[in-house]
Design a protein around this ligand. Sequence first.
Ligand SMILES: O=C(O)CCC(=O)C(=O)O
Ligand SMILES: [Fe+2]
Length: 319
Amino acid sequence: MMKQLPLISIAGLRSENVEERRKTAAELGRACREVGFFYAIDHGIPRQVIDTAFAESRRFFALPTEAKQALSIKRSPHNRGYVAMADEKLNPESGADMKEAFNLGVELPEDHPEVVAGKPFRGVNFWPENLPGWRDNMLSYFDACLELGRIIHRGFSLDLGVAEDFFASHLADPVVTMRILRYPASAGQSDRRDGGAGAHTDYGNLTLLATDDVAGLEVLTRQGDWIDAPHVEGAFVCNIGDCLMRWSNDTYVSTPHRVRPPARERYSIAYFLEANPDSVVDPRDIYPDQTPKYEPVTFAAYLKSRLDATYEHRAGEKV
Ligand SMILES: O=C(O)CCC(=O)C(=O)O
Ligand SMILES: [Fe+2]
């Protein structure tokens, strides 16, 4: 039985030498086919950028409730803003998630033509007031993750046998959801194993998750066992989302995971790298000779269908 997730040094993906890149890509590929999760070390994002993002996250969640509610996701048709405790059910068949979250997307100015046109997922970010430096620090983390996510996709391309830059155009102007998360201490009150975040798969291509040292995340292996995904110093927990599973005609797997109510207050930052809204996700582009298991779909249409199922406040919305 698989007891722990694979740990992969991804420094080789930045090598000039294609053989080095291929070697790392093959390791990634194995993990993505077998469990859909891996720890990435030697990822190149400075520790200080990550530590600062966590410090800023604490600063945000410590704001008074009214200040957070003023930035509510319910005011954004673009999946940005604050999600209050118990407002989300990642597993609709289970209870509400005991967590609060704040979502950021790609930073766009108010006068950006796609923002003006009201294009789905192309809205402005909500920024908290009176937190000097917060925006810049969060955007530094955001940009570092975007670069890392693109590099990991080059590894996926090498492994899947398409051109190394296959995903580059699909990630040129992508939808990204970066979400800072806070799970309150459960104080032994909840015996729901999924009380922090209900069992779910992620929606996009690749998730880069940074955790603090409080345990909670669990992953369902293909053999049907829930295993712990403990914090590993200096590593991102990376996982494949449903969109990449679909794109790769189920070659890579998107794996259910959940967060149990933590013993102590827990913070994490999930970075969901998705695709350009207009990118057509078509398995035939990767495997022209296989029978496609899925119809082509634009990324935006796909994401909308998934979000509508997760949030009651979105029910019946156009975007
Ligand atoms: O907080 C975590 O460790 C995981 C969060 C997660 O799976 C998600 O937000 O999709
Ligand atoms: Fe997740």
